[in-house]
Design a binder for this molecule. Structure first.
Ligand code: ATP
Ligand code: MG
Length: 275
């Protein structure tokens, strides 16, 4: 299994815009929450982010106060009816643009299955964006099901961010996602894991502490130092259509998502400085 940040750098340095997929086949572990809040925190560091909601549930879309409008997702691009540039929308937040989701995205699995190489479609559609200098990062929020959408994102990505919830069954999920990532290496040899982020950490419970210790023992420094705490404010923010960095600017959730953004950039640019 590849976890080498050097590899990630080498594979991405020739591309201007780096593509990251937020994945875990386990539902409800904090993928969408991390997609929205990490993206917002990255913009505070001066990064320009294109957030892509690839989940028909459209939670990233609504979490940023955007509407899931028919025809305004990656779907028409995947079936070659529209150009990707036409699907990009501004969010209310500076330097944060979005390709929203829509319910029709669920049906794309069937339509893509008819193509010769469906698993490469997301990669092909994002290719023209790589040379576009408008963004530093594209961040893809993936659905939990291991279907064409999710696996195509793994083929398109330079790096993966894997949220893992601090709960009893965490290790089981970690093993499964690592297996899936290894299997994907044949289709995307330059795929690297940028980091595993432990979410919904509750310092008062032994189980949270134990799970973080176990995952760190298994994956070592692949796990981000930053841990995202369980916080009511984090769970409330999407109903106001705001990232936590806006909804509760100085709260613990904001602090930790900002720390994650800094660590994420350091992991990428630290390697760049050494190279
Ligand atoms: P799915 O697999 O369905 O796409 P997901 O992995 O994207 O789910 P989220 O939607 O981000 O998971 O989170 C699941 C639920 O947990 C949401 O209600 C969210 O508000 C809540 N949640 C996520 N992170 C936190 C946190 N740090 N503290 C409190 N609640 C959280
Ligand atoms: Mg989600």
């Amino acid at each position: 299994m590849k976890s080498d940040i050097i590899d990630l750098y080498v594979s991405t340095v020739k591309n201007k815009m780096k593509i990251f997929a937020i994945v875990n086949q386990k539902g409800g572990v904090g993928k969408t929450t991390t997609a929205v809040n990490l993206s917002a925190a990255l913009t505070e560091l001066g990064k320009r982010v294109l957030l892509i909601d690839l989940d028909p549930q459209a939670n990233t879309t609504s979490g940023l106060g955007m509407e899931a409008q028919q025809g305004m997702s990656l779907y028409p691009v995947l079936i070659s009816e529209k150009a990707i540039e036409d699907q990009i929308q501004r969010t209310p937040y500076a330097d944060l643009d979005i390709i929203t989701s829509e319910i029709d995205l669920a049906g794309v699995e069937i339509e893509l299955a008819a193509l010769e190489s469906p698993i490469h479609r997301v990669k092909e559609t994002l290719e023209p964006m790589r040379s576009n200098e408008s963004y530093d990062y594209a961040i893809i929020d993936c659905p939990p099901s291991v279907g064409i959408l999710m696996t195509s994102a793994l083929v398109a990505a330079d790096g993966l961010i894997i949220p893992v919830q601090c709960e009893f069954y965490a290790m089981e999920g970690v093993t499964k996602i690592m297996d899936l990532v290894s299997k994907m290496e044949a289709l995307n040899p330059s795929l690297s894991i940028c980091g595993v982020i432990m979410t919904m950490y509750d310092a008062r419970t032994r189980i949270s502490q134990q799970v973080v210790a176990d995952v760190r023992e298994y994956l070592g420094n692949m796990v981000f130092e930053t841990v995202i705490p369980r916080s009511v404010r984090i769970s409330e923010a999407p109903s106001f259509g705001e990232p936590i960095t806006k909804y509760d600017q100085w709260g613990i959730g904001s602090r930790n998502y900002r720390a994650l953004a800094e660590e994420f950039v350091q992991r990428l640019e630290g390697v760049q400085a050494e190279a």
